[in-house]
Design a binder for this molecule. Structure first.
Ligand code: 1HE
Length: 255
């Protein structure tokens, strides 16, 4: 595996760190291919991933140094490589929680948007500088970012270079959690414990079925929902959890 990615296992959680701090975790091909390989082969026993960045920033996005050498067709293949890699993050085998701090810009935001939960520390800032650099997003932002914040906000970010602060980012939907600096990892690990404790079917449905339902016409979406609900409730572990609640052994909502 590339030295630009560091991994550690903590129980059922795989900790993954972007490890290129001298370049602000700029994402070169080695890193993107490393992400694709890692998320294609999550070890057995891992039930959740926590992804973060070494140094002062989550990621400065695409490594711009390689960009000047590519022609159009090479650029097309490069963008498709990013799509493959970030699809492995979004549609892999386990949910992924990103811990954001400092810059979460360009391709860094594209990577974060492929994760299932984003925990942002107060130092986080978000931007899509592609517009100002004369290029276009190529790592999936045009599909994933409008789903988080809406088309109008993404258009504004790219037309004007607008930078959103951590507080604003949480308000508009770039992150689901906002925490003090240094609290991102503990918060993500606590969430990861909960996620890891879900049934396999629940996590699979949330990662793979819900996004497809959300993009379906109503009739197909509702049918897929019913099928998913029927399969989920049929599982013995689901029945056991319901019995636990009825017998007063399970937590109430909010406990
Ligand atoms: C880089 C990159 C990079 C830093 N590619 N080398 N992304 C951007 O347009 C963001 C560009 N980066 C920045 O605006 C700033 O670096 C930060 C705000 C993220 C951080 O600032 P700072 O002061 O902490 O660091 P720095 O001094 O700017 O950078 C430190 C080193 O990292 C420096 O190299 P050095 O050899 O002079 O030490 C920088 O050149 C290098 N560096 N960011 C290459 N991005 C799939 S399509 C996605 C398209 C995009 O992502 S476009 C957006 C790219």
């Amino acid at each position: 595996m590339t030295a630009f990615l560091q991994t550690a296992i903590q129980g059922a959680v795989l900790l993954v760190k972007l490890n290129r701090p001298d370049k602000r975790n700029a994402l070169n091909d080695e890193l993107i291919l490393g992400i694709e390989a890692l998320f294609s082969a999550i070890p057995d026993g891992i039930r959740c991933v926590v992804l973060r960045g070494e140094g002062q920033h989550f990621s400065a996005g695409l490594d711009l140094s390689a960009l000047t050498e590519r022609n159009a067709v090479q650029g097309l293949h490069h963008s498709r490589m990013w799509h493959r890699a970030l699809d492995r993050v979004q549609f892999g085998t386990v949910p992924v929680i990103a811990v954001l701090h400092g810059a979460c810009v360009g391709g860094g935001l594209e990577l974060a948007a492929a994760c299932h939960i984003r925990v942002a520390e107060k130092s986080t800032f978000y931007a899509l500088p592609e517009g100002q650099r004369g290029i276009f997003v190529g790592g999936g932002a045009s599909v994933r970012v409008p789903k988080l914040i809406g088309l109008a906000r993404m258009t504004d970010m790219m037309l004007t270079g607008r930078v959103y602060t951590a507080d604003e980012g949480e308000r508009i939907g770039l992150a689901q959690y906002l925490v003090e600096n240094g609290e991102g990892l503990p918060q993500a690990l606590a969430l990861a414990q909960t996620v890891a404790g879900n049934t396999d079917m629940t996590n699979y449905a949330l990662m793979h079925i819900l996004p497809r339902i959300a993009e379906s016409p109503q009739e197909q979406g509702l049918l897929m929902e019913s099928l998913t609900a029927a399969i989920a409730q049929d599982a013995p572990e689901a029945k056991a959890r319901l019995q636990d609640f009825l017998a007063g052994r399970a937590k109430k909502v909010g406990e």
